[in-house]
Design a protein around this ligand. Structure first.
Ligand code: FES
Length: 83
């Protein structure tokens, strides 16, 4: 969430991430970080799950977030679908 990240839309990705996690009921910890020196590839979304290799997504857009969350987190019960 450095200045370049925010300029590239990280705030919107962050909001979309919280919404996607709420919809799936996923119990994930969201950690905001500062500049990692790859501003040209932002926004980033890194998934770190126990006993799995970390996965880093770059140039993420809010419309990508639901798919990324569903790929890594199973919903707790039925998920609410919004169109
Ligand atoms: S400001 Fe976000 S990676 Fe540099």
């Amino acid at each position: 969430m450095g200045s370049c990240c925010i300029a590239n839309g990280s705030d919107n990705v962050h909001d979309a991430l919280h919404e996607a996690l709420t919809v799936t009921g996923s119990n994930a910890l969201v950690k905001r970080v500062g500049c990692v020196g790859m501003c040209h590839q932002t926004p980033f979304l890194e998934i770190i799950a126990p006993q799995q290799p970390a996965v880093l997504y770059s140039r993420v857009r809010p419309e990508h977030v639901k798919t990324i969350v569903r790929r890594h987190f199973k919903p707790n019960g039925l998920a609410v679908c919004r169109t």
